[in-house]
Ligand binder design. Structure first.
Ligand SMILES: [Cu+2]
Length: 196
C-alpha cells in the first residue's frame, strides 16, 4: 500500500490509466443506481413533460432577460416643442401643444397638465363627427405607447387653458405634465401666433 501510493504519481502516464480505470470500478454501483432511477423516472413521466419542461426553462430565461432590462424596459418619456397660441378674438381661453416622445419599451399615460400661469388647464381631443362637424371634448388622459411620438395638434389632442395674465408673443409659459410612470415633467411652451 505504502509503495503504491508513493509510486503512483511519479510513474506518470503508465500509472495513470490503471488508476483511472480502477476508480470507476470502485464506484460502479453508484452510477448504476442513478441510471436506474432516471430510467424509472422517464418511464413514469408522460411524454408531454419533456416539451413542457423545455418550455418552462425558456420562460425562465425570458423572464430573467426581461428583469435585467434587455426587453420591456420602462417608459422613458420626454416632452419638448411646447407652444401656446396667443389668445385672439377677445377669447380668454387658448390651447397649448407639446411633443411627447417615449423611447422606452413600455407604454405610459399622460394623466394631467397644469401651469402656474393658467387656470382651467385640461386635456382635450378634437374628433370629427358625421357631417364634417368637428367637436372637442375633454379627456381624462392620453396614451403614450411604447416607442412612439405623440404630437399634439389643434386637430387632435391638445391642452386647453385660461392664462391668468396677458400673454405676449415669445413668452415662455411653464407647464407640468404628469405621467403615470414617468412622473412630472416640467417644460416651457413658447407663445406663438395661432396656427403656427
Ligand atoms: Cu382643445
Amino acid at each position: 500500500m505504502k509503495a503504491r501510493t508513493s509510486v503512483g504519481p511519479s510513474a506518470g502516464p503508465t500509472a495513470g490509466p490503471s488508476a483511472r480505470s480502477r476508480a470507476p470500478q470502485r464506484t460502479a454501483d453508484a452510477p448504476g443506481r442513478t441510471g436506474e432511477a432516471y430510467a424509472r423516472l422517464r418511464s413514469a413521466l408522460p411524454g408531454v413533460l419533456a416539451p413542457v419542461l423545455a418550455c418552462a426553462l425558456a420562460l425562465c430565461g425570458l423572464s430573467a432577460w426581461v428583469a435585467v432590462g434587455a426587453a420591456g424596459s420602462p417608459a422613458r418619456v420626454t416632452v419638448d416643442n411646447g407652444r401656446v397660441f396667443l389668445p385672439y378674438g377677445g377669447k380668454e381661453e387658448t390651447a397649448a401643444f407639446f411633443r411627447i416622445t417615449n423611447t422606452g419599451e413600455s407604454g405610459d399615460t399622460l394623466l394631467s397638465v397644469r401651469s402656474p400661469a393658467a387656470t382651467d388647464v385640461m386635456l382635450s381631443r378634437t374628433v370629427e363627427r358625421p357631417g364634417n362637424v368637428e367637436s372637442m371634448r375633454m379627456v381624462d388622459s392620453a396614451a403614450v405607447p411604447a416607442r412612439s411620438v405623440v404630437r399634439m395638434t389643434p386637430e387632435g389632442l391638445d391642452v386647453m387653458l385660461r392664462p391668468t395674465g396677458s400673454l405676449r408673443l415669445g413668452d415662455r409659459v411653464p407647464f407640468v405634465l404628469r405621467f403615470r410612470h414617468g412622473g412630472e415633467v416640467t417644460v416651457r411652451a413658447v407663445v406663438v401666433r395661432p396656427g403656427s
